[in-house]
Design a protein around this ligand. Structure first.
Ligand code: B1M
Length: 233
């Protein structure tokens, strides 16, 4: 029997909880949207709490994807497929999590800066953050400082994420950070920046809290900085 046939024939409902979670990690890795939705529903039907399904089946699987992406074993298309598969589980869990009041591990606003319409990397970061248990508000592309300020005011996130892919648009990140400074709200947020033409030196120079090389680093950095901030508080 071919692997494809095996996958087609595999009845997820016959697996034990442990086997099913392991299978879901594999299915996430392979970007199998329908199977992730089905597995999520099966675990819920078996009485798993939404946050247990989120953490053990989905976030656990995305952690494996994140590590292999960081290590150059998986590439962008595979990660986007995994992130999409994760979304099919999240679609089922999101309303339930809201109902049970399970706390996200943090909240982030993210957008691509004014003048820049590249959004693939930003979307990947948003999805990976979501996969790691953050609540993410994506304000889109070509965002002027006013849009960032309005989103910060409305959503009161822990993190502000900015993306830029052009050498001509990356300086706009400083405009946003300087405006936060002028308004006396800079230290209310962790400001994380990323995008292909940036580097750590640039992040330091504009006064960001951290430059994130890729989506996996963005997840690790966000988790670590939030934990440190909460420990200090
Ligand atoms: Co454009 N483009 N593009 N482009 N484009 C680049 C960036 C370019 C390097 C291509 C080149 O010339 N070699 C070049 C920039 C040169 C420069 O400034 N140094 C360029 C140019 C010049 C342009 C136009 C000006 C072309 C023109 O019209 N003459 C134009 C500008 C439009 C505008 O924005 N105003 C333009 C347009 C486009 C398309 C619309 C055709 C398309 C974008 C489609 C879209 O995004 N929906 C496009 C694309 C696809 C690219 C390339 C080929 C690929 C970018 C990409 O998606 N990479 C790019 C060349 C390249 O990078 N190889 C190029 C995959 C993505 C997953 O990686 O975005 O780096 P990346 O994101 C990574 C990390 O950087 C990081 O994590 C992500 C995941 O690991 N990261 C963050 C990103 N944002 C983060 C935010 C964070 C944290 C981490 O916040 C906390």
């Amino acid at each position: 029997m071919s692997d494809d046939q095996y996958e087609d024939d595999l009845d997820l409902s016959t697996l034990s909880d442990e086997e099913l979670v392991e299978q879901m990690h594999d299915d996430l890795y392979d970007g199998m949207e329908d199977e992730i939705g089905e597995g999520t529903q099966i675990l819920l039907d078996r009485g798993w709490s939404p946050d247990k399904v989120l953490n053990e089946a989905l976030v656990g699987g995305m952690n494996i994807v994140g590590v292999d992406f960081r290590d150059g074993i998986l590439f962008v298309p595979e990660v986007l497929m995994a992130a999409n598969a994760m979304k099919s589980g999240m679609t089922i869990l999101r309303p339930l999590l809201a109902e049970t009041g399970a706390e996200p591990i943090g909240k982030a606003v993210i957008g691509t800066v004014k003048g820049d319409i590249h959004d693939i990397g930003k979307n990947l970061v948003a999805m990976m953050w979501e996969g790691a248990g953050f609540e993410v508000v994506d304000i889109g592309i070509n965002c002027p400082v006013e849009d960032y300020l309005a989103a910060l005011e409305e959503h009161k996130p822990d993190i502000l994420g900015m993306s830029a892919l052009l050498t001509t648009t990356m300086p706009y990140m400083k405009v946003v950070i300087d405006t936060l400074q002028e308004q006396g709200i800079r230290d209310d947020y962790l400001v994380l920046v990323g995008g292909a033409p940036l580097n750590e030196e640039f992040g330091d120079a504009i006064g960001a809290d951290a430059y994130c090389r890729d989506a996996a680093v963005a997840v690790d950095t966000a988790k670590q900085m939030i934990a440190e901030r909460r420990a200090r508080a």
